[in-house]
Design a protein around this ligand. Structure first.
Ligand code: IDC
Length: 304
């Protein structure tokens, strides 16, 4: 069984030694439920050597949980994913993917119900990580995120007292300095930083470096090498600068996303329907580079 994750002195650990999680995020599970399956998770573990998967459930967009989505069905997909990940000894992040809804307080009642249910279902599972909101933006200020976190975290902790919890930060999870200035009053919490290398560059890396040095627990739970729109060219030079920092700081990182939509950020070639055994030609440029980086991370972890 995987060990419980514990934040010690700003670092993610298994209670004794530092741990790095890396792997892929699904697209929204209402869009692409097909990747939440044994075949794909196993391939991500064996072929790409990753140790974590993020299961994304949009709250608003495309049959989102709070906008007419089939709540029970979405929860079933998550439960299936959690169980598959557990069987493969992989950690799994349950992502409450706010985006156009901006402020997590908009759907706080639905979030309370969702996280009460999830944390009860998975109370005995060490591999589950709760991401309480993806990317606050606009009206989703740090004050609002704090208010929201103070309602949701105690609900999760009631059922699952030791679980790791990740929260989004304002400005599409770039403003981690807000958390440094005013951290949440809860333990075992990490703060999200998201980057898209062709858009977010040196300034954001400098902020990350400063916050990590100040021992803020930061988790990069979404990145890609293209523009923040999910489109445009990948920026290889910037991507390498990001990977260098991630490596030297020993951070965890999860890439967006398992999809064949044709967008640059979708790691599979447009229309590729394979669920495992991907060859180079089945991957976009972003997918090839991200896979290779995961293999490199895995080598480094294994050589420790
Ligand atoms: C994008 C998807 C796209 C979908 C859109 C919905 O790739 O297929 O139509 O969301 O608005 C994020 C978000 C993530 C975005 C992604 C790329 O967390 O949901 O996915 N992105 O734009 N933040 C920065 C970039």
């Amino acid at each position: 069984m995987l060990k419980k994750l514990k934040v010690i002195e700003g670092r993610l650990t298994d209670g004794e030694k530092p741990v790095r999680l890396f792997g892929m995020s699904t697209h929204g599970i209402a869009w692409h439920p097909e990747y939440v399956c044994e075949e794909t998770f196993r391939a991500l573990k064996k072929e790409w050597k990753t140790n974590c998967i993020r299961i994304t459930m949009y709250t608003a967009e495309f049959r989102g949980y709070c906008m007419g989505g089939d709540k029970e069905h979405l929860k079933e997909i998550i439960e299936k994913g959690v169980n598959i990940a557990e069987g493969l000894d992989m950690y799994v992040i349950i992502d409450w993917h706010i985006l156009s809804d901006q402020d997590p307080m908009v759907y706080v009642d639905e979030a309370e119900e969702f996280f009460a249910d999830m944390s009860a279902r998975f109370a005995d599972k060490n591999n589950v990580i709760y991401e309480i909101c993806n990317e606050p933006n606009g009206s989703g200020t740090w004050a609002r995120v704090r208010e929201y976190a103070d309602r949701i975290i105690p609900i999760i902790r009631k059922n699952s007292p030791d679980s790791l919890i990740i929260t989004g930060t304002p400005n599409w999870s770039q403003d981690i300095h807000c958390a440094l200035d005013q951290p949440l009053a809860h333990s075992n919490v990490m703060y999200s930083l998201h980057f898209y290398a062709a858009t977010h560059k040196r300034t954001l890396r400098q902020r990350l470096d400063r916050c990590v040095k100040a021992k803020l627990p930061v988790f990069i739970n979404e990145f890609n090498l293209c523009e923040a729109s999910g489109k445009g060219d990948i920026d290889v030079e910037e991507a390498n600068a990001w990977f260098d920092l991630i490596d030297s700081a020993g951070l965890s990182c999860i890439s967006w996303c398992l999809s064949n939509s044709g967008d640059t950020c979708a790691v599979f070639a447009k229309g590729c329907t394979k669920l495992s055994n991907w060859e180079d030609s089945d991957l976009k440029d972003s997918g090839r580079m991200i896979r290779d980086e995961f293999l490199h991370f895995a080598d480094e972890e294994n050589s420790k």
